[in-house]
Design a protein around this ligand. Structure first.
Ligand code: APR
Ligand code: PHB
Length: 407
C-alpha cells in the first residue's frame, strides 16, 4: 500500500459519507473539539446537486442552527402551518400548527442543506475528501479501527477511534460486520414516483398530497419561482415514457379540484424514485455506528428520510460527546436502542401515508374501501388528523434528544 504525506492518517471519528448525516456529525463534533475526517466517494458538485425531498422538521432546523449552518435556511425556508390532502378532488386541510400546539415544517431543499453544511464545515477548517472511495473497514473489534479508501489513485488508510457509517443505502459500512450480524427488514412498493422541478410559481401555498383513481400526486415547492411535483408511475417506466405533456395532464387530473388551477411551466428536471422501506437492526457493531440511510430507508411520502438521518446524528453526537468529554459510554452502548423506537415510528408513519395515498392496481375492492375510509376518518375526526399532524411535524415523544428506548 502506498502512503501519502498530505492526507490525514489518524482522526478521532472516521466518517464515511458526506450526506446530511456525515456532514452534520462532523460539524457538531468539531464544535466540541472532537476531530473527524469525512470520506465521500462522489464529487462535491454531485453531492450538492442530488435532488431529494425538502421538508424539514423543527428538530432538524434546530440542529442545523446549532451547527451554525442555518443562516440561509432561516432567510429562504418556507414555513408551513398546514398541509392539504386530496381524495379524488375532495380536499381536507390538516392544520399542523393548531393540532400540535404550534409546531410546523419548513420547506428547504436537501441540496441546499448539503451546500450549507459543506460550506460551514470547510469554513471551520474541516476535512472532507471528495472522490475518496471507502473500500473496507478493519479492526472494528479493536480500539483503533481503520478505514481503507482510495483517493486520487492512491490506496490510503485512516485510523480512528470510531467509525460513523453515514454512507447511505448503497454504502459499505453495513458489510463490515460479520455476515448475519445485522438483521434487515424491508418492503418494496409496486410503484415509483416521477419527480419534476418546474420553473413556475407554486399553485398552492401548502403542500397537496393527492390520492386519485389515476394514482398519487404531490404538489410541493422549492421557492416562489420553482415548483416540485410528483406523480405515481410504474416501476418499469423510464423518464422517456413521460413526455412533459403527459406529466402535466396527469397532474391536472390527480391534483385538480373545483375552482383551482394548476399553473404549468418549463420542466427543468425529471427523475424516477423507487419506493422502499428498509430497516437494519441494531445500528451498531463494536466501534461502527450506522446513521441515516445506511441504517434505514423510508418511502418519500411524508419527507422523513432527511429528518431521520438528522435525528440519528443527534443521538450519535450526544453519545460521542459523552465518551470524549465525560468518559461515559452509556449513550454509546444505548445508541441503537435509543434510535430504534423512533425509527419504527417513522417507518409506520411513512408506510401509512404511502399506503393511504397510492393506487394499487388490481387491489381488491375491500382494500380500496379501507383506503377511502382512512381518508374519511381524517376529514371527520380531529383526533385522527392530530395523530397525522404530530407524526408529520415529528413526534415530540420520539425526538432524538429524548433518547427513548422501549422498556
Ligand atoms: N465511500 C465514500 N462515500 C460513500 C461510499 C463509500 N464507499 N458509499 C456511499 N458514500 C456516500 C454517498 O455518495 C453519499 O453522498 O455516502 C453518502 C450518503 O449520503 P445520503 O445517501 O444522503 O445519506 P444520509 O446522510 O444518511 O442522508 C439521508 O438523504 O438519501 C437521502 O432521502 C434520503 O433524505 C435522506 C437523506
Ligand atoms: C419535496 O418537496 O420534495 C417533498 C415534500 C414532501 C414529501 C416528499 C417530497 O412528502
Amino acid at each position: 500500500m502506498k502512503t501519502s504525506t498530505s492526507q490525514p492518517r489518524r482522526t478521532q471519528v472516521g466518517i464515511i459519507g458526506a450526506g446530511p448525516a456525515g456532514l452534520l456529525l462532523s460539524q457538531l463534533l468539531h464544535q466540541q473539539g472532537i476531530s473527524s475526517v469525512v470520506l465521500e466517494n462522489r464529487s462535491r458538485q454531485r453531492v450538492e446537486t442530488r435532488q431529494r425531498a425538502g421538508l424539514l422538521e423543527q428538530n432538524t432546523v434546530d440542529l442545523l442552527r446549532e451547527a451554525g449552518a442555518a443562516a440561509r435556511l432561516d432567510r429562504q425556508g418556507l414555513v408551513h402551518d398546514g398541509v392539504l390532502l386530496s381524495y379524488n378532488g375532495q380536499r381536507h386541510r390538516v392544520a399542523l400548527a393548531e393540532l400540535t400546539g404550534g409546531a410546523h415544517v419548513t420547506i428547504y431543499a436537501q441540496p441546499e442543506v448539503i451546500k450549507d453544511l459543506i460550506a460551514r464545515r470547510l469554513d471551520t477548517g474541516g476535512t472532507i475528501l471528495f472522490e475518496a472511495d471507502a473500500t473496507r473497514i478493519e479492526g472494528l473489534e479493536t480500539d483503533s479501527p481503520t478505514i481503507h479508501y482510495t483517493y486520487q489513485g492512491e490506496a490510503l488508510a485512516l485510523e480512528c477511534d470510531f467509525v460513523a457509517g453515514c454512507d447511505g443505502f448503497h454504502g459499505i459500512a453495513r458489510q463490515a460486520a460479520p455476515a448475519g450480524f445485522f438483521k434487515t427488514y424491508d418492503k418494496v412498493y409496486p410503484y415509483c414516483w416521477l419527480g419534476i422541478l418546474a420553473r413556475v410559481a407554486p399553485s398552492t401555498d401548502e403542500l397537496i398530497y393527492a390520492f386519485h383513481e389515476r394514482g398519487f400526486a404531490l404538489h410541493s415547492m422549492r421557492s416562489s419561482e420553482i415548483s416540485r411535483l410528483y406523480v405515481q408511475c410504474d416501476p418499469a417506466d423510464t423518464v422517456d415514457d413521460w413526455p412533459d405533456a403527459r406529466i402535466w395532464a396527469e397532474l391536472h387530473q390527480r391534483l385538480g379540484t373545483a375552482g383551482w388551477t394548476l399553473q404549468e411551466g418549463p420542466i427543468l428536471e425529471k427523475t424516477i424514485t423507487p419506493m422502499r422501506s428498509f430497516v437494519t437492526e441494531p445500528m451498531q457493531y463494536e466501534r461502527l455506528f450506522l446513521a441515516g440511510d445506511a441504517a434505514h430507508i423510508v418511502p418519500p411520502t411524508g419527507g422523513k428520510g432527511l429528518n431521520m438521518a438528522v435525528a440519528d446524528t443527534k443521538n450519535l453526537f450526544d453519545a460521542l460527546r459523552a465518551h470524549y468529554q465525560d468518559g461515559d459510554d452509556a449513550l454509546l452502548r444505548g445508541y441503537s436502542a435509543a434510535c430504534m423506537r423512533r425509527v419504527w415510528r417513522v417507518q409506520e408513519f411513512s408506510n401509512y401515508m404511502t399506503e393511504m395515498l397510492h393506487l394499487l392496481p388490481g387491489k381488491p375492492a375491500f382494500d380500496q374501501y379501507l383506503q377511502q375510509s382512512r381518508f374519511d376518518l381524517l376529514t371527520t375526526c380531529e383526533a385522527a388528523s392530530r395523530v397525522l399532524a404530530e407524526n408529520y411535524v415529528g413526534m415530540a415523544s420520539h425526538r432524538a434528544s429524548e433518547g427513548v428506548a422501549l422498556a
